[in-house]
Design a protein around this ligand. Structure first.
Ligand code: SF4
Ligand code: SF4
Length: 312
């Protein structure tokens, strides 16, 4: 193993109980090849470090302006109320983040930090005592396969330490790399956002061919695979898409799916990144709709968990 290998992570959360069996540590890896319009973690898209500005955290109304004059590139100005304004055309390419170093309130925050594999293993070893007997580590994102070499090498180290390993993935990666990593994975949530390749591309930016190929290639491995579908109105919640998903699952002997209601919890992050959020007027998925979809899966002997109800 290359001991100097580093991976970019944007968060590590201990005591997670919804990302796989038992109590877990979830490692959020930066970078994603998909760009889902409803994404609740848009800060995960870029692999490189980037700035986020949280207006709600900023103390400009109390007179703070410590960050004034700290930017060397003309990225930071102040409006007539002395509120900081980022010029996103400049800030999205920043590499030094002087403004953030000046902000003690974390209103200007750098997203992403590099970790060496052994540094991460140390954190997981520390958390190991809090995992229940079936708990462990979950690699999430972003898309963990976006840094596949780091992912695979970290997984190998996890297995040397007898950690239970899980992944939350879009499976958008070449099949050889996918199967190589899956050798070291005990449990997987795999996203399947739409069965129609053109519709999949319209809303996520990529075709679903690789994803379907990867799911098919792992389906009979004996590993526990739970598919996951965020329910997006007038996109994938149609009768036809659910029927097509059922037929794909039956063909591959897949028997579990987790449907996730749409929510707007990620909206403020789109603003903090200087991006427009298209779903700001969209309501959460009605429970009735979720139950209708659940019924269709159940009628076909497919266990369908809603939200955080996946049985582990
Ligand atoms: S230093 Fe931070 S809290 Fe103060 S004005 Fe700048 S961004 Fe806001
Ligand atoms: S992110 Fe970089 S360019 Fe933007 S205000 Fe901060 S220091 Fe300036």
């Amino acid at each position: 193993m290359n001991n100097d290998m580093k991976g970019m992570l944007f968060d590590i959360q201990s005591f997670s109980v919804h990302d796989g069996p038992g109590c877990r540590t979830t490692v959020f890896m930066s970078g994603c090849p998909l760009k889902c319009e409803w994404c609740a973690n848009p800060e995960s898209w870029k692999k490189e470090q980037h700035i986020m500005f949280s207006e709600g955290t900023c103390k400009y109304e109390k007179g703070c302006n410590i960050c004034r004059n700290k930017c060397l590139y003309g990225g930071l100005s102040f409006d007539e109320n002395n509120k900081p304004q980022l010029n996103w055309e400049i800030c999205k390419n920043c590499k030094t983040f002087e403004c953030s170093k000046a902000c003690y309130y974390n209103a200007l925050k750098v997203c992403g930090r590099e970790y060496e594999i052994q540094e991460l293993i140390k954190i997981l070893t520390r958390d190991n005592h809090s995992w229940s007997s079936n708990g462990g580590v979950t690699f999430s994102g972003g898309e963990p396969f976006y840094q596949s070499e780091f992912l695979i090498n970290t997984l190998i180290e996890c297995k040397k330490n007898y950690f239970h390993t899980a992944i939350e993935t879009t499976a958008y990666i070449d099949n050889k790399t996918f199967l190589e990593a899956m050798k070291y994975i005990d449990f997987a949530f795999i996203d399947l956002k739409h069965m129609d390749r053109e519709k999949h591309k319209q809303k996520t930016g990529v075709y679903n061919d690789l994803i379907l190929e990867n799911i098919e290639s792992i389906a009979s491995s004996g590993k526990r695979i739970v598919l996951r579908m965020p329910v997006i109105r007038d996109f994938n919640d149609t009768y036809q898409n659910i029927v097509d998903t059922i037929s794909f699952m039956k063909k591959n002997d897949l028997v579990e799916i987790n449907i996730l209601p749409f929510h707007r919890l990620g909206e403020s992050k789109w603003k903090q990144l200087g991006n427009e959020y298209k779903y700001k007027y969209e309501e959460s998925t009605p429970v009735k709709k979720l139950e209708e979809i659940q019924d269709l899966f159940l009628e076909n002997n497919i266990a369908c968990y809603i939200g955080h109800d996946t049985a582990f």
